[in-house]
Design a protein around this ligand. Sequence first.
Ligand code: SF4
Length: 628
Amino acid sequence: MISTPQEQIINPRFVRLDASTICQLKCPSCPTATGATGKKLGVGYLKFEDFKKFIRHNPQVAHIELSNWGEVFLNKDLKKILAYAYRHNVCLYIANGTNLNYLPDDVAEALVKYKLRRMMCSIDGASQETYVQYRIKGNFDQVVENIKKINRWKAKYKSPYPQLKWQLVAFGHNEHEIYKAKEMAHSLGMSFFLKLSWADLYGLPDFSPVKNRELVGKETGLGVASRKDYLSKYGNDYVEHTCCWDLWIAPQINYDGRMLGCPINYWGDYGNVLEGGLSKIVNGEKMRYARGMLTGKREAKEGIPCTTCTVYQRIKKEQTWVTDQDVRNTYHSGRRYIMFENKILGEEGTKRLADFISGGRRIFWQARTAIKQRRFDLRRLTEIFSPEDPRALPNQGYPLSIPLSSEEEKWKPYFLFHGLTKGVEDLSCHVSVLVPGHSPHPPHAHKEEEILMMLSGEADLLLPLYNGPEGQGRIRLKPGEFVFYPSGYLHTLQTASESPANYLMFRWHARNSEPDTHGQLAFGKHKIYDSLSTNEGKQGFHTATLFEGPTKWLSRLQCHSSVLSPGASYAAHTDPYDVAIIVLEGEVETLKRRFGPHSVIFHPAGKRHGFSNPGKIAAKYVVFEFQN
Ligand code: SF4
């Protein structure tokens, strides 16, 4: 259920603490270069003493992003900050961006030695002539030299940190160098990100608009070449609307301790965390009020920075308020975990240890309860010492009544289950209601694979990368149809029917992935009723395969439709893989219950279950097998 998140107590483990508001470049679209931020935030850098105080007084903070308005490497205390954070098991990032024109060798070594996790290098061109048109006063060759400098230290320490990314903002004057920049990034061991220009966010003139819109649309993977086009195509701000989530999950703080809430706001603050304390400020009346505004529960008010923000105006106009869904699932590890990662076991080893400890903890608490209750029978002891994880999914079934109620939300998800199985690390299932014309989110891509099945109503899937038999970028999904989204596939949906769309979603990933190969299942749309028609009217039990094949996370994903005639059944058994079943017509009986149309049934690998048709008409259902 979507709750109202504005009154939650916030105790963030991740914060953004700007290391510097000073910058040596004069990029035309940047409020730092125009002097706008300096007037409000001051022009300065995070002092080592303030950083120490912040780390000492806020022991829950374990992750800090250092970059926002200025150039991080102009902070004269940066080396000491890196060393102190490492000593106190706090993980640092420069993931928002650095121009990297200036990097002393000892600081380059400190980045590697003290395990800065990630760094985004803002390089808007692949030659000095192009680069300097936007990064005014910048030196392209020096930036490349500084990247090589970091790589030399990485080789010396045999360390993967910091992971480097090349970000190129797409302009008319640099679009011809996109491929060259990509190649250079690859040869420097960096990943690559093409970003849309953002000048209009601060009301600045649109600098060097993109000319080859097709190329930029294709290379960003979005099918659009500007933020404006993005808004009209997807109905939401390009990146900025997620900045509001930082008021819950990663609050932005100015170098002098003033709480700004998000990385976009520079015109107002919520108090000083170095004076008032982080917890007191983030849970204070002013910030709670701002969160209330962003969730649509409170009116705009003078003195709250969001009131004058263009992002808030947009959210208000489109009624795309922040929901509980947006700001949940934001777990960040604590300092003890980082100590193990940085100094003892490395990333993978620490993850394995954490899994082991959570298993041990479960055994301890269950054994303690058994002793208290004086229950020592064999079944109980087997339960306690069985290696099954408490998150392991059991056999389960959910009768659904379609259409679902939207409870006056534009998008209302109902979670059915979420956990792990023998072969799948994280598997969840939800059904959602989406009102006409609405999208749950802009197109996004994630590591998980998904199956989306339409139960009632119709929706357009917005797929910036799709160019197939049904057209380009958009396909219609009707009841009885479903799609498979491979890992990393860009997607969203928008209700196209006059009634709300009701749809079902399975989402999963496993611990070990397969490298991408041509044999893996690609995005595909499937019609269940076409396959069911092959077994229409037959007696007994019959199946027809819709598709099967390996995926990034599964050795095989198999889907088939089944018809079970009245009175027919198959005996109780266990499968070596997870099975999800959606009833389409008739009734089935399993787990000592009857399930009608739209019911969702899940049998994890190794769990015994039988199946029969207790009704008077043929039971028709679709089955997904998650094999690993
Ligand atoms: S509305 Fe603007 S100022 Fe407020 S949190 Fe969102 S982006 Fe920041």
